[in-house]
Design a protein around this ligand. Structure first.
Ligand code: SAM
Length: 242
């Protein structure tokens, strides 16, 4: 099972390995984006003959009761540093929800970004091509589309900074000029002063100690800790604490 499966690009490495050892029976991608769940289910059933794919379109904070019961030992993959997007309290709640899915012999495989030089982090979230800036401003387009808001993305500049106290990257949008926008679906006027910022995302960076603390608080224990040679990223395997 994979939470926040997205395009499942990284998953293929895992699926190949499971396929080779003959233990790949079923893949359950869970994501809020219907288009991606459907596309990846279609592609993977073609790529891996005999593989059952049971896609779940939903919110992994609320809809994990829709996940089919396990047919054997299960790996829950939570990749791409998605856990870092949750502030500490809800991070532990999400981990507790995942723990409830794990039976004896099941594992959580989680990808996290590790604390590193703030210059490297800030450059990664403020890339020269402006991709992250566009990703950040896209939230305004989503608000316009989903809540009939009237934001002009050009009224905001992208801000990415490393909060050294919390050890997370914070993305913000800073108003270039004073203006008021109506979010029509909520009948809510929103006013920004010039230079006023709104937080749009956090992306927490971990140390082994912090991650172990979060896992333990959720009733999980670390089984394997794997990093790249420069210790920039970690992949952890955890199980229910005994
Ligand atoms: C950081 S991306 C990671 C995508 C992919 N796993 C990867 O590693 O490339 C986060 C993914 O989680 C999904 N997502 C975020 N919050 C979610 C939620 N509460 N419930 C379900 N999916 C969620 C997003 O749609 C997105 O596909």
């Amino acid at each position: 099972m994979e939470l926040g499966s997205g395009t499942a690009a990284k998953t293929r490495v895992l699926l190949d390995a499971l396929h080779e050892t003959g233990t790949l029976v079923r893949y359950v991608p869970v994501d809020v984006t219907e288009r991606m769940v459907r596309a990846c289910a279609e592609q993977l059933t073609e790529e891996y003959p005999g593989l059952q794919v049971h896609g779940v379109i939903g919110d992994f904070e609320r809809h994990l009761d829709q996940v089919p019961p396990a047919v054997g030992p299960r790996i829950v993959a939570f990749l791409g540093g998605t856990i870092g997007n949750f502030p500490p309290g809800s991070r532990r709640r999400v981990l507790r929800t995942i723990r409830a899915l794990l039976g004896d012999g099941d594992h959580l495989l989680m990808g996290t970004d590790l604390v590193k030089d703030p210059e490297i982090l800030e450059a990664a979230y403020d890339d020269a091509q402006g991709l992250t800036a566009e990703f950040n401003r896209n939230v305004l387009r989503v608000l316009n589309r989903e809540l009939d808001a009237g934001f002009d993305p050009h009224d905001f500049e992208h801000v990415a900074l490393f909060d050294r106290e919390h050890e997370w990257i914070e993305m913000r949008l800073r108003a270039r000029r004073a203006h008021t926008t109506l979010v029509r679906a909520l009948d809510l006027p929103v006013h920004f002063e010039a230079g006023e910022e709104m937080r749009t995302e956090i992306s927490a960076k971990f140390t082994r100690q912090r991650l172990q603390g979060d896992l333990a608080a959720a009733g999980l224990e670390l089984v394997r800790w794997l990093t790249d040679a420069e210790e920039q990223f970690a992949l952890t395997l955890s199980a229910r604490a005994r």
